[in-house]
Design a protein. Sequence first.
Length: 156
Amino acid sequence: MRRPSVTRQHLLLHGNVSNDICPFPLAIDGTVAIDERQFFDQTGARTAIDRHSVEQDTFSANGKSLTGLPITYNVFHPFNSDGNNTDVFTDGVLESVRLPDGGLFISARRVDFTGNGPDFTVTPDNGATVNLAGFCIEAIRTLVRRPTESPPSAAL
C-alpha cells in the first residue's frame, strides 16, 4: 500500500449567507486550514480522501459580528473500486461560539453531505446541537437590532 500524500491549504471563506441557522439571514466569513490526505491501495488506485480542518467563522450583520471559537473536524471522501466518490461526510465540531451573555453555542458530530447536502450547516445528522436558540437570540441582540430598538424578549 502506498503512503498517503499530504497537501496543506489555507482558505478564506467570504460572502456566504445562511438562511438556515436562525430565522433571519446571517453573513458568514471565516478561515480554514486543511491538511488533505489521499489514500491509495496497492495498485495505486485512490481509495479515500480525508481532510482534517481547523476553521474559525464570523457571523455578521449591520456592521457587527460574533466570532466563533476555532473548531476541528474531518471531511471524509471514500472511493469505490471504480474510482467513484461514494460518500462525503464530516465528523467533529461543526460550530462553537462563546456568546456575549456568557453562554456557549456548540454543535458537534456527523453530517452526511452525500447527494444534495448543505454546503454549510450547524446541525449534525447524528450528535448534538446545544443552545442554538441562545445563539439566535444573541445574534438578534448583537447583530440585527438597530441602536434605537428595544432588545427582543427571551421568548423568541
